[in-house]
Design a protein around this ligand. Structure first.
Ligand code: C5P
Length: 406
């Protein structure tokens, strides 16, 4: 992942089987440029050795409330003041209950009470424990107190049961924390994303398409869902699982994508056109498989598809509109031309056909242009790039339409 922010994060690790995933979480936070100090409960230290977190964070792990040596190095109050953000992952039912009721009988619960920074928890527990009214009451109480709850996710649990209670995957926690803590401007927005290629049939077995993998649009969808947006993803045919938490509309042709996007955009705040829409479709689609040489002079007549992003930009009222441009040459001129001709609010341009980045790659770099500015987002994996692009979009959107103070 690319470098997004430079935050001091206090990572609280509780005693659950998901504690081993906190090591990966720590590694990913470090990769994002965060400085991390780890606090483990006594039970957490029975699941994963503190040495693991010491090695990954570069600092000794804090676990005792009344340890004179640790208090001398950095007291629990200093530790709480040091942090820009307290993230507890995994957060067990027990620690959540303590936090909800103001108990402070160990270092982590005491730090929560002393902390004045934003607090995030990623619960992890058995599905029955998560579903218990008392746990739900505790969660609701913590949310009222301003704690952000990430997950839990549904699926198979370590105990073999199915249901809600799995800790959200580390990469998604990082994404959620970074995007929420660096703006939170996306939360509540109604967002439509298009992704992937379209397929324009020639006959029942053949089609015209392109190399788009859909990875950028899917990464944007996941990042926006994690940031609390209400997302509709309109996707052409790709080999990616439908992202959880978003409304998913599967299409094949440009005309189908056009219909689906325009319907979804009727009351949207933001449209991001990350799809690689075929510019042309066959004028005639054969009802049966074409035989060799059957098309006259081997010529296939094409007609132009409607420009989806330009149509969305022509809606009244119009959502904020972001287009993409994939170019093999003269990137800046082509991108600026499209920004103007399609009446876009922003365009994210990238090189294609080069050694790194582009359509089927895990990584990409973007040159982003808007009518009175530009920014380069350096080569990074598409997950990180999606977070950065969303932040930029949110900043630009709110600069034009500032949030009014109540
Ligand atoms: O003109 P070009 O295809 O390079 O522009 C790319 C941008 O326009 C992308 O945002 C793409 O989703 C959008 N587009 C569209 N409908 C088309 C062609 C492109 O929305 N028919």
């Amino acid at each position: 992942m690319g470098r997004v922010i430079n935050k001091r994060i206090l990572l609280g690790v509780c005693g659950g089987i998901a504690a081993y995933k906190a090591a990966e979480l720590l590694r990913l936070l470090r990769k994002q440029g965060c400085e991390v100090r780890v606090v483990m409960t006594a039970a957490a230290a029975r699941f994963v050795a503190p040495l693991t977190f010491q090695a990954l964070s570069g600092h000794s792990v804090h676990s005792e409330l009344l340890d004179p040596e640790q208090e001398q190095a950095m007291s629990h109050i200093q530790l709480a003041r040091w942090a820009d953000l307290l993230l507890i992952a995994p957060a067990t039912a027990d620690t959540l209950a303590k936090m909800a009721h103001g108990l402070a009988d160990d270092l982590l619960s005491t730090l929560y009470l002393a902390a004045e920074c934003p607090v995030y928890v990623a619960p992890a527990m058995n599905q029955a424990m998560w579903g218990k009214p008392v746990t739900q009451e505790n969660i609701a109480r913590l949310q009222q107190h301003g704690v952000t709850v990430i997950g839990p996710a549904a699926g198979e649990q370590a105990c073999g049961e199915q249901g809600y209670g799995r800790m959200v995957e580390p990469a998604e926690i990082v994404q959620s924390v970074l995007i929420q803590s660096t703006g939170g401007l996306i939360a509540g927005l109604k967002l439509v994303v298009s992704a992937g290629p379209t397929r324009e049939p020639l006959d029942p077995v053949r089609f015209i398409s392109n190399r788009s993998s859909g990875k950028m649009g899917y990464a944007l969808t996941k990042a926006a869902v994690a940031a609390g947006a209400d997302v509709t993803l309109v996707s052409g045919p790709v080999h990616l699982p439908a992202p959880t938490g978003a409304k998913f509309i599967q299409v094949e042709t440009a005309l189908q994508m056009y219909q689906a996007v325009l319907n979804a955009c009727a009351d949207a705040d933001l449209y991001i056109g990350a799809a690689a829409v075929a510019d042309y479709r066959a004028k005639q689609v054969a009802g049966r498989k074409l035989k060799k040489g059957e098309a006259e002079d081997s010529v296939i007549e094409l007609e132009k598809n409607p420009d989806i992003v330009a149509a969305v930009a022509g809606l009244l009222p119009k959502p904020w509109v972001v287009g993409f441009a994939a170019e093999t040459d003269d990137l800046e001129n082509y991108a600026l031309g499209k920004l103007r001709s399609k009446n876009l609010d922003m365009i994210a341009a990238n090189w294609v056909g080069r050694a790194e980045g582009g359509f089927d790659s895990e990584r990409n770099a973007l040159q982003v242009f808007w009518p009175d500015g530009r920014k380069t987002l350096e080569m990074a994996d598409k997950t990180s790039l999606a977070v950065q692009l969303l932040q930029l979009i949110a900043e630009r959107m709110h600069e034009k339409n500032p949030i009014k103070n109540p």
